[in-house]
Design a protein. Structure first.
Length: 247
């Protein structure tokens, strides 16, 4: 089965998601934090980790650096990883696949893994980028994640399932079908709808991130379509009556 990670930056959302045993991890990013009104970046990270360590120690969280300089990016990553170490909680540090000039962050990935820091390489869109990330990870035994932004790939009019499958297959040895590196997990990111859960499993992903709204919709998975149709018809009629509409 594929693991579900809750995606967001509102502390109340993290608390709510932590009550759901189906949630196996948490992810966030600077854009989500800004949208949630987070002002103290490190303070938020520390609070979230402290809470999860106490109430969901079986999970992990991915926290992102935002520097565009190699040395500073490494230092930021070490600070984020240290927060997890201080609380005894698993932190994956999110490293963008490239700098803003398009150059690959391979050296950052290699350096952090050599220091025992788990990475979540984010904003990956293509098999070519995936191959470069896998090369950077090499045979490292440190757990790592590659986040393929399937939702945005689909927004670009591409078949996300096909692209993600191609990326996942790059970690397989063609002759044996075994993993090049079993410590690498693939994550279906920027989820747009419940059906992405099905697509993510079919593509071979290990993880899918979901916002609180989509997590709530998981109850509709495998629902009988005839029953669902009837519920929809009744909803339309009930809303019309409650509104006092006339024709």
């Amino acid at each position: 089965m594929i693991d579900i990670y809750a995606d967001g930056a509102a502390m109340d959302g993290i608390v709510e998601a932590s009550k759901n045993n189906k949630i196996k991890g948490f992810t966030t990013n600077p854009s989500l934090m800004r949208a949630a009104g987070v002002i103290d970046y490190m303070g938020f990270c520390d609070n979230a980790i402290a809470y999860l360590k106490e109430y969901r120690p079986d999970t992990n969280i991915s926290l992102e650096v935002f520097s565009d300089d190699e040395d500073e990016m490494i230092q930021q990553a070490l600070k984020l990883s240290d927060i997890g170490d201080n609380h005894g909680y698993q932190v994956y540090v999110k490293i963008p696949v490239t700098y803003t000039n398009g150059e690959l962050t391979s050296n950052v990935i290699k350096t952090l893994l050599s220091k025992g820091v788990s990475v979540n390489v984010t904003a990956v869109f293509t098999p070519n980028q995936t191959m470069h990330v896998l090369d950077a990870i090499g045979s490292s035994q440190v757990p790592s994640i590659i986040s393929i932004f399937a939702g945005r790939i689909a927004d670009a009019g591409k078949n996300a399932g096909v692209v993600v499958s191609e990326c996942v297959k790059l970690n397989k040895l063609l002759a044996s079908g075994m993993s090049r590196n079993p410590n690498v997990k693939f994550l279906w990111a920027s989820t747009r709808q419940v059906y992405n859960y099905v697509e993510a499993q079919l593509s071979g992903c290990n993880i899918i991130t979901m916002t609180p709204d989509i997590i709530k919709k998981l109850s509709t998975l495998d629902k009988n379509l005839t029953d669902y149709s009837l519920e929809t018809v009744k909803m339309f009629r009930d809303d019309a009556i409650k509104s006092g509409y006339t024709i």
